[in-house]
Design a protein. Structure first.
Length: 239
């Protein structure tokens, strides 16, 4: 993996600050920061002293600590987006995230002391148990006081995955064979691509789960997501 040099990133922020002094924030994103590279980048930004408010996107890494949170805050970071995707180990294993739920919860709580935290979650994941859904709701209730917002997706699966190659094996029935389901980087199912659950009981469990999720975190989520999930829910159960 190749990272941009921290000094180059800091210089870019300084140039933006000079050209557009009223800029509100900048988003720094990386497929996967290492602890060393993130610290070096934050230190480089802090040394230049331009204090451009910036947002950061990264994974819920096990090395997230109070030191990291404080360093981000002093370098000008105001918001962090963590693509947790799920808060249960069974679900995370299906997604192949390479992180565990405890680590994700710890990272969220730690960073929330220093910056605003938004988390990304995939609301629908095929092939998991009802118990996993219950555990995820419990974990979500635990971290809600620490987050500013939640940005959910209905379902996103990276191209080349087993699901993208054979969705039916995961209990998904696509009702519009002529639709192209792949875009430039991911495979997604949403309200505009009709689909259903092959297993009626699992479909019902997901409808209940989504209802509970909305009740718990309605104020943290843009209303359009719930509208989208409502439309998807109409196709959860095969008829």
């Amino acid at each position: 993996m190749t990272f941009r040099k921290p000094e180059r990133v800091a210089a870019d922020l300084a140039q933006i600050c000079k050209l557009r002094p009223t800029v509100r924030d900048i988003v720094l994103t990386q497929d996967s920061y290492t602890r060393k590279h993130l610290k070096a980048t934050a230190h480089a930004i802090e040394r230049l002293g331009c204090r451009v408010p910036y947002n950061l996107m990264f994974r819920a890494e096990p090395w997230v600590s109070k030191e990291i949170g404080q360093l981000l805050a002093t370098s000008g970071c105001t918001d962090v987006f963590i693509g947790a995707e799920a808060l249960d180990d069974e679900i995370l294993e299906v997604l192949g995230k390479g992180i565990n739920a405890q680590g994700a919860v710890s990272a969220i709580k730690t960073l929330a002391e220093y910056v605003n935290v938004t988390i990304g979650m995939i609301l629908f994941v095929p092939g998991i148990s009802s118990d996993a859904l219950v555990r995820q709701r419990e974990a979500l209730g635990d971290i809600l006081p620490y987050v500013e917002a939640i940005e959910p997706e209905v379902l996103t699966v990276v191209n080349g995955s087993g699901f993208a190659a054979d969705p039916q094996r995961f209990g998904i029935v696509l009702n519009a064979k002529e639709r192209v389901l792949n875009d430039s980087w991911c495979f997604g199912l949403s309200h505009d691509i009709p689909w259903a659950m092959a297993d009626q009981k699992l479909g019902e469990a997901w409808v209940v789960h989504n209802t509970h999720m909305e009740e718990m975190c309605r104020e943290y989520v843009n209303a359009r997501y719930w509208r989208s999930m409502g439309e998807v829910g109409e196709n959860f159960i095969s008829t």
